[in-house]
Ligand binder design. Structure first.
Ligand code: AHM
Ligand code: MG
Length: 335
């Protein structure tokens, strides 16, 4: 291995591949393309504050050109970056109702790509962190033709790779193949992602809980009891802390590094919560589990849920193992 101090994302991916002689190099090539797309989306996200000057998104800029909304830009950028390598048979995006087929003239491959191009995009105007989330599966349909909806509706434990990119005070690319979670920070001068978070392990428990307390009165009783328990107890001699960005990638990134729990529950008004199983919860659960954490919908492991529909939602309790086990106990006891 090269010295960790100058481990770029491409180098890390290629060295990882060398360590697995059976690897075909396809996943490496996919990850390299995703890294490139991430840089291009990051550049555009960084310009978001200039929207008033160079033209509001969704409207014309001073050059008379149409400026795309950032989430649409990210959606189209990912498709453009990923549809020509010959690796995928089908894709699906949170921004599109149906599965996305490869253009007719492109080679069809054996992988499936699911992504949320720009999660938390309602935060853009306030300069709050947002992110891209992705998941890669192997196709289950037979033959070399286009992939199918069933290819996209696989349970999360079947993911080959999952990752996210957080566009925050810096841009960070985090991915896992299920063995080790690695984070790379984009050096804007150098234009490359450098390994900054080697083999991330989520703490066994943490001091921070993260959820939208505005929905308190609709929560299930077990969740109310759990939060009250945290608020009336101490962690390491100090009160528990509430932190909620309202941008899942940022909230999960913090949870991964500092420990604690992130929750988007089902409640009286929305029994399945808000977050999407295929685009948001499965990839985050795969990453958090690979880092030693836990993710459940309150009754079942997220990664074992069989999606019935592309845009299906699920409650999620995710983070440090002991914290998730404890909330599960509260939920069980109140049923
Ligand atoms: P989006 O996919 O429309 O961007 O919504 C998802 C976002 C998540 O990033 C975040 O965790 C959640 O919505 C916040 O929802 P709420 O404002 O209800 O707390
Ligand atoms: Mg989203």
């Amino acid at each position: 291995m090269a010295t960790k101090r100058f481990m770029t994302l491409p180098r890390h991916i290629l060295e990882g591949e060398k360590a697995h002689p059976e690897a075909t190099g396809e996943l490496s090539s996919i990850l390299l393309q995703l890294g490139l797309a991430a840089k291009l989306i990051s550049l555009e996200v960084n310009k978001a504050g200039l929207a008033n000057i160079i033209g509001f998104t969704g409207q014309e800029n001073v050059h008379g050109e149409q400026v795309k909304k950032l989430d649409i830009f990210a959606h189209e950028m990912l498709i453009k970056a990923m549809d020509h390598g010959g690796h995928f048979c089908v894709m699906a995006s949170e921004e599109e109702e149906d599965i996305i087929h490869l253009p007719p003239n492109k080679k069809i491959g054996k992988y499936v790509l699911l992504f949320d191009p720009l999660d938390g995009s309602s935060n853009i105007d306030a300069n709050i962190s947002i992110g891209t989330i992705f998941s890669i599966y192997k196709r289950i349909s037979t033959g070399n033709g286009p992939g199918t909806l069933e290819d996209c509706l696989q349970p999360g434990y079947k993911q080959e790779v999952a990752g996210y990119i957080v566009y925050g005070s810096s841009t960070i690319f985090v991915y896992t193949t299920g063995h080790g979670v690695y984070g790379f920070t984009l050096d804007p001068a150098f234009g490359e992602f450098l390994l900054s978070h080697d083999n991330i392990k989520i703490p066994k428990n943490g001091r921070i809980y993260s959820l939208n307390e505005g929905n308190y009165f609709s929560w299930p009783k077990g969740l109310k009891d759990y939060i009250k328990y945290l608020q009336s107890n101490y962690y390491d001699g100090k009160p528990y802390q509430a932190r909620y960005v309202g941008s899942m990638v940022a909230d999960i990134h913090r949870t991964l590094l500092y420990g604690g729990i992130f929750i988007y529950p089902g409640d009286r008004r929305n029994p399945k919560g808000k977050l999407r199983l295929c685009y948001e919860c499965n990839p985050m659960a795969f990453i958090v589990e690979a880092a030693g954490g836990r993710a459940t919908d309150g009754k079942q492991r997220i990664l074992e849920k069989k999606p019935e529909a592309l845009h299906e939602r699920t409650p999620i309790y995710i983070g440090s193992e002991e914290d998730v086990l404890l909330v599960e106990k509260f939920l069980r006891e109140s049923r």
